[in-house]
Design a protein around this ligand. Sequence first.
Ligand SMILES: [Zn+2]
Length: 311
Amino acid sequence: MPEYPDIEVYKSSLRRVAGGETLVGLRITSPFVLRTYEPQPTKAVGGRLTDVWSIGKRIVLSIDDNFHFVIHLMIAGRLRWRKPGAGLPGKRGLAAFDFESGTLLFTEEGKKKRASLHVFESREEAIALDRGGIDVIASTADGFADALMRENRTLKRALTDPSIFSGIGNAYSDEILHRSRQSPFKRTSQLDEREVAALRDACIAVLTEWKERLLAEVGDGFPEKVTAFRDEMAVHGRYNLACPVCGAPIQRVVYAENEANYCPGCQTDGRILADRSLSRLLKDDWPKTIEELERVRDEQKSAGRKNPSGR
Ligand SMILES: [Zn+2]
């Protein structure tokens, strides 16, 4: 799911390519994407793109400050900037915003249609969609600590909860926890004051660095490769690869539809955390330390050599 750095890059690119331009057409081809009945979206045609802003992970296009189009990309939704009047791809196409110098295509990969579009006449109605999480970059040290400590949660859950923090999802929470050398499953109540301050510093550093990196990558173009998996990431999506800080193999914990990635060397004093997929594979014999993990892997490898058919 696009998170704060991706959303910032989309906003900056949209302002650059279409800011101030007239919306000359609007095509909504998916029957599921539009989640509001009033106002009728096509009434915005003829107005100008006067603002591009965001509410958490949602991007808002304001037309003449009378129509506010709230785009939620969810996991597989993407925006693309194409030549004027560009066609929407059949199955993936959701909506097209036609501006004078180009067309903004809103698409979604895959069968599960989760991305959404809301249209409101006032900013207040749009802001009502806000889940209430604080903007970490604009937060004060006290504001951050209050939000973090409100409930006793694991750090992974707290960071990704949109009612606590705005714009942080699965990818950047992994990176933030690695930067602050905290286990994803440590509880918020277990942090001392110094660790809370260090966690806030890590949030700001990781989100800002990635925003700058992605802005530089896009330059004066438009983001085409919006992905949660990037080679420069330290742990997210890096299962089994070496940690760039200590060289230990990155681990994962699979839960629900997500997985958390972490470095046992940097974050859990060498402990391997329980992983359902790993434990299913190894029955109840899942390893608890890097040494054990390596031993189990070696055993599996030599077992494979002895019996190449695998059975
Ligand atoms: Zn490490």
